[in-house]
Design a protein around this ligand. Structure first.
Ligand code: G3P
Ligand code: CA
Length: 241
């Protein structure tokens, strides 16, 4: 099972920063997960929220700020990174899951620019995901070979049968499922469907033993965690027993 650092090693380092990604690599994560947005002047930057208010020492919507403005602020000493800088840091083979944050501010331009960049960066080791399944369909239209994942939360529950059909049509690589939904009938149903169709199961955000045990029981392909070392140790113990 693969272990990806959620926003890097975000339990211990400032989320979605080069430091956090570097630490996830140093502590032996198999990959990293991060979130992307477009700046006002069309640069792809890495941040979870639409605004910088929570994580940086400034305020404002990323889509209304230029890259130069955004770089004036920091998150515990770290500047907002571009997606390109993250690729430079991780090198040509380290695995990465790029989440398109198009669920609040929809943007075809973000999908186009991200796909274009990823295609130059050894795309086989990249997974693109989004809660906005329209963005994933668009990414597929732009490239037939990219690995694409549907992210799920409560907003998708009443669209499950359409999503299942779309998954097969688009050749979806993974279902990226919330671990907080464990035990829900709808989740078991989706996992069963995915297994049937060869779609991989990914759980986020797996941060404790009980969640990890569940992910192992469901034969997840990957877990995304804030707690890189702790979750690795649980997996090691299990494999050793
Ligand atoms: O990709 C998994 C997870 O990161 C999705 O939720 O809100 O942390 O981006 P969020
Ligand atoms: Ca994310």
């Amino acid at each position: 099972m693969l272990i990806y650092g959620h926003r890097g090693y975000s339990a211990k380092y400032p989320e979605n920063t080069l430091l956090s990604f570097q630490k996830a690599i140093e502590y032996g994560a198999d990959g990293i997960e991060l979130d992307v947005h477009l700046t006002k002047d069309g640069r792809i930057v890495v941040c979870h929220d639409e605004t910088i208010d929570r994580t940086f020492n400034g305020k404002g919507l990323i889509s209304e700020m230029t890259f130069e403005e955004l770089r004036k602020y920091d998150s515990h000493g770290q500047k907002i990174p571009t997606l390109e800088e993250v690729f430079d840091l991780i090198g040509p083979v380290f695995k990465i899951n790029v989440e398109l944050k198009t669920d609040v501010i929809d943007s075809d331009e973000l999908v186009e620019k991200t796909v274009k960049l990823i295609k130059t960066k050894n795309p086989d080791r990249v997974l693109i995901s989004s809660f906005n399944h329209k963005s994933i369909s668009y990414a597929r239209k732009l490239d037939q070979n990219l690995k694409l994942g549907f992210l799920f939360d409560e907003t998708h529950i009443d669209k499950i049968s359409d999503i299942k059909k779309k998954s097969v049509d688009l050749g979806i690589f993974s279902y990226n499922l919330p671990i907080y939904a464990k035990g829900l009938k709808e989740l078991d149903d989706l996992i069963g469907f995915a297994k049937d169709k060869g779609i991989k199961i990914i759980f986020w955000t797996v941060n404790d033993k009980e969640e990890m045990e569940y992910a192992i029981e469901k034969e997840a392909y990957m877990v995304i965690t804030n707690e890189v070392e702790y979750i690795q140790n649980i997996l090691k113990e299990r494999l050793g027993s």
